[in-house]
Every structure is written in structure tokens, then in C-alpha cells.
Design a protein around this ligand. Structure first.
Ligand SMILES: [Zn+2]
Length: 273
């Protein structure tokens, strides 16, 4: 018999939640699977097609068939084998330990194109409750620095602020409030634009998403209903444009909107648009 000691520990940095009553985002699930003499690390994507994943490894008497630390970008739903580990000396003890982080989206190839966005809601005027670098949750280091929060009642119809392809969505979250324990508990739609940037529409209502993964949307198409899920102080839409540089970091970029009269503006806190 071959003595094999197997040890794995998964640290889900940035995603770990302690209370089971709060629903984690399970659009990307990473797990290990033993296959004969080998161990595979698998990423399963559902309701998400664009993701950046980082994995770090500690190996004893094992080798990896990919370069470590490992980073990959996946661009389709389903199961993906990230890499394979195998014992160097199969008759000796071997073990492995991995830690991972993932974020929706991926890096840009070129520079973001200058673009004037339409407001992301239909038949409604909204007050901006938090603009870029707002201290409630858009401060430096938040990875939401350039985001904008538009106050609106739950159930307000949202639309695409720019054309693109739906690459991520969630609609199963039910909880929300002014407590960081709700931070990973929000519904959202993510849309990839033709220049490789992504738009995030967040805090949507439970079951309030109208679109599907892979769907092409035009500017102004209805995409869902606003809500109050996640870390929020009042019902609103959180809107940002970003790209992703690693499994734990995304960069938001400033957004300029256009009004129905053709003028361009950057929303500020307290402004009504
Ligand atoms: Zn926000």
C-alpha cells in the first residue's frame, strides 16, 4: 500500500463569512479533487463567465504542472481544471495546502475608451447619496472609489448604462443593512463593455434580475429592479465601472454621464439627476 498523507486547507480571503445565515457569493467555487495519484484544483463558475483567480500553494513532496503562484483568467461558465498536483516520490508522504481569491472581471488589454454613460435607471430622478471617494463605503482602498450610489425606492427599473454582454449576476440574496456582515450579501448584474471594462449594478432586489449570462444588452435595456441587499444604509443602486487586475483587486474608473439634453456631467453627492 502506498502511504499517502493528504492535507488541505482552504483560506477564502475576502469571501469568508462566519455566520451561516449570510449567503456567500457562490458564483465561483474552488475545490480540490483527488484523481488516482493526482490532485486537481477545479473552479466551477455559475452565473459568472469572466473571473480572475489567484492560488498560492505550499507543497511537500509534490509538484504542480503550472507556474506558482498561480493566476488565471477564465472566460466561460462551467468546470475548469486550474492545475494538477502530483507526488514527486509517490512512496513518501506528500501534502499540499492552498489559498485562493477570486474576483469577477479581468484586466484590460488597452486603455478604457472615453465614454458618456446614460443614467442606469428608467423614468425616474434620483439623488446621489454617495459619490466617488464617499466616506461611507467608497473611500481609498475600498475598490469602489469611483462608484456612485443613486437613491431610489426598492423595485425601481434599472437599465444598462452602456451596451455590452452580461458576464455575472446574482439574485438569491435576501438580506441587507448598515452592517459590514452584509458586505457579501448583495444581488448584482455585471456587464462587459467593448473596451474590456465592466459595469457593476449592485444591491438589486431578491429575484430582481431580468438578464442571463451571455446576453447582449443595448444601452437603455431593462436589466433588473433596484433593491436594498448587502451593505447598504437605504435602498439605492450602486454603480461602478472597473477592471480587475488580480484575484483580490479591481480598479474602478471615473464615470461621466450624459443627460437627455446632451450635456455631460459627473454626479456629485447631493445632486439630483
Ligand atoms: Zn456604493
Amino acid at each position: 500500500m502506498r502511504p499517502a498523507f493528504r492535507f488541505s486547507f482552504v483560506a477564502i480571503s475576502l469571501l469568508a463569512l462566519t455566520a451561516t445565515s449570510f449567503a456567500e457569493d457562490t458564483n465561483c467555487v474552488i475545490s480540490d479533487r483527488q484523481k488516482g495519484d493526482k490532485v486537481e484544483l477545479i473552479a466551477r463558475l455559475k452565473n459568472l463567465s469572466d473571473v480572475t483567480i489567484d492560488v498560492s500553494l505550499k507543497l511537500v513532496n509534490m509538484r504542480c504542472n503550472k507556474k506558482i503562484p498561480f493566476r488565471t483568467v477564465i472566460k466561460s461558465e462551467g468546470s475548469h481544471v486550474l492545475f494538477e498536483l502530483s507526488p514527486i516520490h509517490p512512496n513518501r508522504e506528500w501534502k499540499y495546502h492552498y489559498e485562493f481569491a477570486w474576483k469577477s472581471g479581468h484586466n484590460l488589454v488597452g486603455k478604457p475608451k472615453a465614454f458618456f454613460y446614460r443614467l442606469p435607471y428608467l423614468r425616474f430622478k434620483s439623488r446621489v447619496t454617495q459619490g466617488p471617494y464617499g466616506t461611507f463605503s467608497h473611500g481609498t482602498g475600498s475598490q469602489d472609489e469611483e462608484a456612485i450610489d443613486f437613491l431610489m425606492p426598492v423595485g425601481t427599473k434599472l437599465c444598462a448604462a452602456r451596451a455590452g454582454r452580461v458576464i455575472g449576476l446574482r439574485s438569491d440574496a435576501t438580506l441587507g443593512g448598515v452592517n459590514k456582515k452584509f458586505k457579501k450579501d448583495f444581488n448584482y448584474v455585471l456587464i462587459r463593455h467593448d473596451d474590456g471594462t465592466f459595469a457593476e449594478y449592485a444591491h438589486l432586489k431578491h429575484d430582481g434580475v431580468f438578464v442571463k449570462i451571455g446576453q447582449e444588452v443595448k444601452e437603455g435595456d431593462a436589466i433588473g429592479l433596484s433593491g436594498n441587499t448587502g451593505f447598504t444604509s437605504s435602498p439605492h443602486l450602486h454603480f461602478s465601472v472597473f477592471y480587475t487586475v488580480s484575484g483580490s483587486k479591481r480598479i474602478t474608473i471615473p464615470v461621466t454621464f450624459k443627460s437627455a439634453y446632451g450635456n455631460h456631467f459627473k454626479p456629485v453627492q447631493g445632486g439630483i439627476y
